[in-house]
Design a protein around this ligand. Sequence first.
Ligand code: SF4
Ligand code: SF4
Length: 60
Amino acid sequence: MKKRAVVDRKKCAYCGACVAVCNLDANELVETYLEIKENCTGCGACAKVCPLGALSIEEV
Ligand code: SF4
Ligand code: SF4
């Protein structure tokens, strides 16, 4: 089963903290939302640093 970060768009404030810690460049702030890309491994580093609890790791 593959894991992936999922963003709750109602909670995300586009601060960029999660983008800074992803060493795979698997997330990116685009104009109106945080995009999680296909190469995300679900490592969870981004979810740990999100100050608003907007990221969760889910099986997809
Ligand atoms: S779960 Fe890991 S690989 Fe996926 S976006 Fe977050 S930091 Fe990057
Ligand atoms: S760290 Fe959290 S609030 Fe900040 S851009 Fe990422 S998901 Fe959004």
